[in-house]
Design a protein. Structure first.
Length: 166
């Protein structure tokens, strides 16, 4: 009888433990939605005429965390918004689309603020390394397709300013 009670007790503890683990594993954890925070303004200029092709509100990624996270986990971005990555050095830089939910055009920019290469229509979630192909200091991420819509070309340039909030 004592063995039977002991078995029932052990079985009950085991069952409660298993069921408790199952309940915990089915909980859905929601993260806060990441929203756009305007930290500056940027204009893109044609090389031949210096005409402004586009004007954007930008978020600026300067810290290691900001440059590593970028636009990950964002559901959308407005057409006149972008993220400017500012690196402390001029070097080859690569990007990937891990945890990025929206297709992007990635514009690689040298230390003189000239566009030197593109990665058009980067695929959400793709972990393929997307190299700048040449040394750069800045990267501008915008919605996929806008480089073609705006007719951007190698040699076009950017100008940007930070708002006082950062």
């Amino acid at each position: 009888m004592v063995k039977r009670v002991l078995y029932l007790f052990v079985f009950s503890v085991f069952a409660v433990h298993i069921l408790g683990c199952k309940e915990a594993s089915t909980k859905i954890i929601k993260t806060a939605t990441i929203t756009f925070t305007k930290e500056g303004e940027l204009s893109i200029h044609k090389s031949a005429t210096d005409a402004i092709v586009a004007q954007l509100d930008i978020e600026i990624a300067e810290t290691d965390y900001e440059t590593q996270t970028g636009l990950m986990h964002r559901d959308a971005m407005e057409e006149k918004q972008g993220m400017l990555f500012v690196f402390p050095d001029v070097a080859m830089h690569s990007f990937y689309m891990k945890n990025t939910l929206i297709p992007l055009d990635i514009i690689y920019i040298d230390q003189d603020l000239k566009i030197v290469s593109f990665q058009k229509n980067a695929i959400p979630g793709d972990e393929t390394s997307l190299s700048s192909k040449v040394p750069i200091q800045y990267v501008l991420e915008i919605n996929a397709g806008l480089t073609d819509t705006w007719g951007l070309a190698i040699g076009d340039s950017i100008r940007f300013s930070k708002t006082d909030s950062k």
